[in-house]
Design a protein around this ligand. Sequence first.
Ligand code: HPA
Length: 291
Amino acid sequence: MLFFRPPKVDCGDKLRMDTVYTRLQESARFIDSLIPERPAVGIVLGSGWQGFLQEIETPQEIKLSAIPHLLPPWARQRRGAVVVGKVSNVNAACLDARLHTYEGFTAQEVAYPIRILGMLGVKTLFVTNTAGGINRTFPVGSLMLIKDHINVAGEDPTRGEEEVELGPRFVDMSHAYDPELIRLTEVMAKGLGIRIKKGVYASVRGPTYETPAEVGMLRTLGADAVGMSTVPEVIAARQMGIRVCGISCITNKAAGLTKGEITHEEVLAVMNDVGIKAFKLLREAIRGYYK
Ligand code: HPA
């Protein structure tokens, strides 16, 4: 064993005080002291999805950097906030930006804000992202409901010392993306006249985009889209028994499927074009679920 574990001597509360769970309690208590009502639904906004913040009524913004324990010391300058308010009359807490493992955060750090939402009482989580389309029938600009994922990056926030308060040691992922939420979101999309795809999301570590050979590999594995986020959040949510709905915006064809290069600017520009449609779908999915 190469890493250091504190000796399990009986120093009572001192040893018990610094667990992920006790830190989460402090983080959640801080937010709870500032907001009028606890959220039922959590939302994570991926790159370019920030326009969704307009859909939040009576928004109250709490900076991530103000929340105890949320960011490691080296990341305290980072922007980002939890915006609490109502979406379609449902109490919601929305993370306006996520943490990524490619920024140097561990999977546990990436999942930490989700765990706070769970501690605050969130029972349903909507995760959004942008992704490269591997499935040739998914046009650029389409929205894809995530029906399952492949954790190619191998990042898992549940790894490490067991803390029973966070949920089971071995988390079942058979229904990582809630079938009922998928069905309902499809119904809502139909009602809005929005054509959506359903597919498997492969998470890679990034931040480099894939090579064409890697994209070929991911297709062979069964992936329809590829991105660099989301999976650690979904795992942490499932560990806490939170139901998840995932929506990807296909912002580009994955590497090797077109002659052009992939750029982050292109990703943001496509997301900008798709925005209104995407935000409407997210809002209606929440309304449909809670009505
Ligand atoms: N690959 C990985 N992540 C992405 C892509 C991609 O092509 N597009 C948007 N996010």
